[in-house]
Ligand binder design. Structure first.
Ligand code: HEM
Length: 508
C-alpha cells in the first residue's frame, strides 16, 4: 500500500514540477508552443523521428506560421527562446552580440581537455584566441592551401574511377581528412590510400558520439556545474588520448624543424610559447601563453570541423547534382570553359571565376544546412525590440538557421533544389540574416573560407572527370539521420561515377 502512496506523491511532484517549468513563458507574456509532459515540445526528437536541428527547424516554422516575432518552446522542462523576426535575429547575432556572446555548451578543460576549443570557449579567453585565428585563413594562405588541396584531388579521382557504385561519404571523408591534416598540421594522413584507419575511426567519434542523442540532451538540460561535478566526458578516453598524442607528436616535430611552415599548427604552437609576448584582443594588454592542452583542443576542433563539415557539404552537392542532371551539365560546362583558360589547372583564380559553382554551393547549404543550429546564451536581461517583452539573463536562445533556410517567405518551395535563388538579383531581394549556413556576427565560422575552398576544389576535380548519377543501391526516399549533430542521410549515399571525355583530361 505504502508504495502506491509513494507513487502518488512522486506523480504529484512531477506534475507540479512540470507545471512550474511550463509556466515560464506564460509568466513573461511570451507566446509559446503548447508543451506536454515529459518531453515538452521535443517529443519527436525523443521518439527518434527528427534530428536535433530538424526539431528546432520545426519549432521555427510553427512559430512563424503563428506570426509571432519570437516564441518559446520547451526542451523537456527547459525553456528555449526561438526568434523568428529577422531584425531580432540580426540584433542577437550582430549588434547586441555582447549580450549573447556564448554558445553555452559544456566545457570543462580539467575533466575533458579537448572540450576547451574555440566553439565552446567564452569571455576574455575566447576574445583573445578568436582575434588571432583569422590570420590562419587569409586569402594568401588559402591560395597556398588550394595548391595542397589540388594535390589530393588526383588520389580522389583515382579512387572514384572504379566502375562500381561508391559510398561517396566515406571517400569524401578521407579526402577531407587528408586535406585538413596536410594544410593545417603538415601531416600526411593518407586515408585515401586506406592508411590510418584508426585516425578515421577516432575522427568520426566527434560527430557520431559527442553529439549523440543522450549527450545532446544532457548538455542542453543539465547545468554545466552538475556535469562537471559528475566528471561528464564527451568522448571515449581512447579518442581523447589518441588526439592528445597525435598533437604532441606534431609539437615535437615542429620543435625539431628549422624551416617555417606558416600554417595553423605553427600559429597555435606560437601562442603556446611562453618566451614570446602576445598582445590580447584589444592590442593594448598581454595575453597569457596557452597550455599544451588548450592548443590541442583547438587543433582537435579544427581537425574535426575541417573534415566533417566539408565532406558532408560535398556529399550533398553530388547527391543533388546526380538527381538534377541539367544543373550538373551546366556546372560542368562552366568548369570546363573556365579551366580551359587556365590550361586545365585547378587553381585559386580559376575557381574564383566560377559563378554558377557559387550558386550551387549556396543552394546546397540552404537546403542541407549541415550545421543546423546557432545556439546563444543571454547574459543580461534584454528588451526584445518592437515588443514590451524581454529575454531573461541566463536563458537559452536558439536561432534555427535550418528553419530560416526552409522558410517559404524567403525560399518558396523550400524542398526544391534551385541554384537560381542565389543570383545576385535574387539575393538582393532577401533581408540580411536570411542565409546563415556559417552563422553570423563575431562568432561566425572562423574556418568558412577553408570549408568553401576545400569543397569547391574537390567538386571541380570530380565534375570535370565524371558524370555523376544515383546508384541503384541508393535507398529512396532519402531520410535523415536523427542522432547526429551534422545533417546526414540515414544510410549511405551511393553514387555511380562515369568518366567523361573533355579536353581538360590531358592535364590530370
Ligand atoms: C562547409 C563547411 C562549414 C560550415 C557549414 C560551418 C558552419 C559553422 C557554423 C554554423 C558555426 C557556428 C557559427 C555561429 O555560432 O554563429 C561554425 C563555427 C565554427 N567553425 Fe565552422 N563550418 C564549416 C567549416 C569549418 C572549417 C573548415 C573549420 C576549421 C578549419 C571550422 C571551424 C569553426 C570554428 C573554430 C567555429 C567556432 C567559432 C567561434 O565560436 O568563434 N568550420 N561553423
Amino acid at each position: 500500500m505504502w508504495w502506491w502512496a509513494l507513487l502518488l506523491v512522486l506523480l504529484v511532484f512531477i506534475i507540479t514540477f512540470y507545471k512550474s517549468c511550463f509556466s515560464y513563458f506564460k509568466n513573461r507574456g511570451i507566446p509559446y508552443l503548447k508543451p506536454s509532459i515529459p518531453f515538452g515540445n521535443a517529443t519527436d526528437f525523443f521518439l527518434d523521428k527528427v534530428s536535433f536541428g530538424a526539431l528546432f527547424r520545426d519549432w521555427y516554422l510553427e512559430i512563424k506560421k503563428n506570426n509571432w516575432p519570437i516564441g518559446g518552446a520547451f526542451f523537456c522542462g527547459k525553456p528555449v527562446y526561438i526568434p523568428v523576426d529577422n531584425e531580432i535575429i540580426k540584433k542577437i547575432l550582430v549588434s547586441d552580440f555582447l549580450i549573447f556572446p556564448n554558445h553555452g555548451l559544456y566545457i570543462d578543460e580539467k575533466v575533458e581537455p579537448l572540450s576547451g576549443h574555440l566553439f565552446n570557449m567564452e569571455g576574455y579567453k575566447w576574445k583573445n584566441l578568436r582575434a588571432k585565428l583569422p590570420s590562419a585563413f587569409t586569402a594568401a594562405k588559402m591560395r597556398r592551401n588550394v595548391v595542397i588541396m589540388e594535390g589530393f584531388t588526383r588520389e580522389l579521382v583515382k579512387r572514384l574511377d572504379q566502375n562500381q557504385s561508391l559510398d561517396i561519404k566515406d571517400v569524401l571523408s578521407r579526402f577531407s581528412i587528408d586535406v585538413i591534416s596536410a594544410c593545417a598540421f603538415g601531416l600526411q594522413s593518407k586515408t585515401l590510400e586506406n592508411q590510418n584507419e584508426e585516425l578515421i575511426g577516432h575522427s568520426r567519434a566527434f560527430f557520431d558520439v559527442q553529439w549523440s542523442r543522450t549527450k545532446n540532451t544532457l548538455v542542453v538540460l543539465i547545468p554545466r556545474y552538475i556535469l562537471s561535478f559528475f566528471r561528464f566526458k564527451l568522448f571515449p578516453k581512447e579518442t581523447s588520448n589518441f588526439f592528445l598524442n597525435l598533437f604532441r607528436s606534431v609539437k615535437e616535430q615542429r620543435q625539431e624543424e628549422t624551416t617555417k611552415r606558416n600554417d595553423l599548427a605553427e600559429l597555435l604552437l606560437d601562442l603556446c610559447d611562453k618566451t614570446k609576448d602576445h598582445s590580447d584582443f584589444s592590442g593594448k594588454g598581454k595575453m597569457e601563453a596557452l597550455s599544451f592542452n588548450e592548443i590541442a583542443a583547438q587543433m582537435y576542433f579544427f581537425f574535426e570541423a575541417g573534415f566533417e563539415t566539408s565532406s558532408s557539404t560535398l556529399t550533398w552537392i553530388l547527391y543533388e547534382l546526380a538527381a538534377n542532371p541539367n544543373i550538373q551539365n551546366r556546372l560542368r560546362q562552366e568548369i570546363n570553359e573556365i579551366l580551359q583558360k587556365y590550361n586545365g589547372q585547378i587553381v585559386y583564380d580559376a575557381i574564383n571565376e566560377m559563378e554558377y559553382l557559387d550558386r550551387v554551393f549556396d543552394e546546397t547549404l540552404r537546403k542541407y544546412t549541415i550545421f543546423s543550429i546557432l545556439p546563444r546564451v543571454c547574459i543580461k536581461n534584454w528588451a526584445i525590440p518592437g515588443t514590451n517583452l524581454k529575454i531573461d539573463e541566463d536563458s537559452f536562445v536558439m536561432i534555427s538557421n535550418y528553419g530560416i533556410h526552409h522558410d517559404p517567405e524567403y525560399y518558396p518551395e523550400p524542398m526544391k533544389f534551385d541554384p537560381e535563388r542565389f543570383t545576385s538579383e535574387n539575393k538582393a531581394k532577401r533581408p540580411y540574416c536570411s542565409y546563415l549556413p556559417f552563422g553570423e556576427g563575431p562568432r561566425i565560422c572562423v574556418g568558412k573560407r577553408f570549408g568553401i575552398w576545400q569543397t569547391k576544389v574537390g567538386l571541380v576535380a570530380i565534375l570535370r572527370s565524371f558524370n555523376v548519377t544515383l546508384s541503384q543501391k541508393m535507398k529512396m526516399p532519402l531520410t535523415f539521420e536523427t542522432a547526429g549533430f551534422v545533417l546526414k542521410a540515414k544510410g549511405d549515399i551511393w553514387l555511380d561515377f562515369e568518366k567523361v571525355n573533355n579536353n581538360n583530361d590531358k592535364f590530370i
